[in-house]
Design a protein around this ligand. Structure first.
Ligand SMILES: *Cc1c(COP(=O)(O)O)cnc(C)c1O
Length: 497
């Protein structure tokens, strides 16, 4: 499979394999990588895949995109990654082997409403689903090339800890993660700073999250230092992360359409006979729902892809109006679903490329408009009408909607959900269709956002067993000033490069 940039001419002679783009970020021209054509899944394959374990399903999906990795190696990677031991923090521990269990809540307006549990991994957020695989892919690619990689990042919570838990103890890898000193919740701090692995460095910066991010940008812009120190990132535009997320759309689809195995039931033979499923996705950087788009392009029968945003509604505005308007830092709200607090959606360009019929020139033009004018408007062209053909719809949710959804799902179904999943439930309910299962992706566990749970339910959030008392465990972190030179010196000292 060949990967192309969303901004490169289709006849570009440059070829990139999966392994070529694995360790990198943006393409040189500033675009994002995508396969030159989406692999299709046949009805027969869909039937076979239904029976597979999560790890083997991941192998089947990934081998269509990573055809340059030896099959035995890839299967070894997926089997090491997706184990019941790693994904053991779910509601029902007896279902840990399913990796992403489907929890059916009930029937609403004739539609089965269900949660796909994606947050049963080590950091209790869906980012573990892709990041755990990335850790193993990185380790094996680095070993093959005889390289080392020092991952630098900034985090206000979820992404940083998912990266650390994925890279801990890995050969050839170090993580330098900047976080705002004293600004994370006690739970989040305990999760990250509790790691004692010698290849993980938590740098608690005296400042706010934006200071951390500015430092990472400054370090990354020093190309000589970056090369010398072999620095890389694991941000949400990483292609392997997106493609790892494609897997659970298939898993969720199979779980939501259990096969009738009675006598006389003919096997599904033609496309038209395949049942459809809708997915509602709490969204920020458009990574998760982009994976849903790709699953659909591969032939998975998805009815609707429901993009759910919080008060930071850049994406909802686009899907409602055709106008994409990125926000300034000052216009970005701090909400109670903080992992969706984004000012622009970094993976969105991948969908825009497909929406525009894969015309890189127009993508370049539009994202130049984003840079110069803060956005673009497709409302008047033919392109925007095609959004529906891709199954996309959207909605937004605000704090009181989250509180109401958490309370309602708890009272009605006895199930506790987190604030991001609550945004998903709220918007999913606006798009229910009789007979079509609506699967809401559960992106985090409630214990990570305990304050809102207390507000909604007047009680503490459920906490998986392994997380009892983590706040009192020893923590390992380095407090540093918000000073680029000091951070660089720390990195150089610890890489020895
Ligand atoms: C990252 C994150 C999201 C948003 O996912 P995107 O891929 O950025 O759209 C939603 N919920 C939680 C809990 C997250 O950590």
């Amino acid at each position: 499979m060949n990967y192309i940039s969303t901004r490169a001419a289709a006849d570009s002679s440059e070829r990139h394999s999966f392994s070529d783009i694995l360790l990198g970020g943006l393409a040189k021209d500033g675009g994002l990588y995508l396969p030159d054509a989406y692999p299709r899944v046949s009805v027969a394959e869909l039937q076979q895949w239904r029976q597979l374990s999560y790890a083997d399903l991941a192998f089947e999906v990934l081998s269509k995109f990573a055809d340059d990795i030896a099959p035995d190696e890839l299967r070894g990677l997926t089997r090491r990654t997706y184990t019941a031991e790693v994904y053991c923090n779910g509601r029902d521990r007896s279902r840990a082997g399913e990796i992403t269990p489907l929890k059916v809540l009930g029937i609403e307006q004739g539609a089965p409403l269900a949660l796909l549990e994606l947050s049963n991994g080590p950091t209790l957020a869906f980012k573990d689903m892709a990041m755990q695989l990335l850790g193993n892919l990185f380790e094996s690619a680095l070993a093959r090339k005889g390289l080392t990689l020092n991952i630098l990042g900034a985090t206000s919570g979820d992404t940083g800890s998912a990266a650390e838990y994925a890279m801990r103890g890995k050969t050839g890898l170090r993580v330098f993660m900047l976080s705002p000193h004293g600004k994370m919740s006690a739970f989040q701090a305990a999760q990250m700073y509790g790691l004692q692995d010698p290849n993980i460095f938590n740098l608690a910066v005296d400042g706010v999250f934006d200071d951390c991010q500015d430092i990472v940008k400054a370090v990354s812009n020093d190309h000589a230092f970056k090369a010398q120190q072999q620095i890389g990132t694991v941000n949400s535009i990483n292609w392997a992360r997106v493609v790892a997320q494609v897997v659970y759309y298939f898993k969720g689809y199979f779980a939501a359409t259990p096969q009738r195995t009675g006598m006389g039931q003919p096997p599904l033979a033609i496309d038209a006979a395949l049942p459809k499923v809708s997915f509602a996705v709490p969204s920020g950087n458009f990574g998760n729902v982009c994976a849903g788009h790709i699953a659909r392009m591969m032939g998975l029968p998805i009815a609707k892809l429901v993009v759910a945003t919080n008060e930071n509604d850049v994406l909802d505005e686009f899907f409602r109006s055709g106008s994409y308007r990125v926000r300034k830092a000052a216009e970005t709200f701090h909400t109670t679903s903080p992992s969706m607090d984004i000012s622009k959606a970094s993976n969105f360009e991948r969908f825009v490329f497909d929406l525009l019929g894969r015309d890189p020139q127009r993508v370049v033009q539009l994202f130049r408009d984003v840079e110069h004018n803060g956005g673009f408007d497709l409302s008047r062209g033919e392109d925007f009408a095609r959004v529906k053909e891709f199954g996309f719809v959207s909605g937004r949710s605000a704090h009181m909607d989250r509180v109401a959804a958490i309370r309602d799902v708890y009272q009605r179904y006895g199930t506790m959900i987190d604030t991001h999943t609550a945004d998903g439930i709220k918007v999913a309910r606006e798009y229910l269709e009789p007979g079509i299962p609506m699967v809401v992706l559960e992106t985090a566990q409630p214990v990570k956002f305990g304050e809102t749970i207390r507000e909604a339910l007047g009680r503490e959030a459920d906490r998986p067993q392994a997380f009892e008392g983590i706040e009192s465990l020893p923590q390992r972190f380095e407090v540093l000033p918000a000073d680029v030179a000091r951070i660089k010196a720390f990195i150089a000292q610890h890489t020895g490069l």
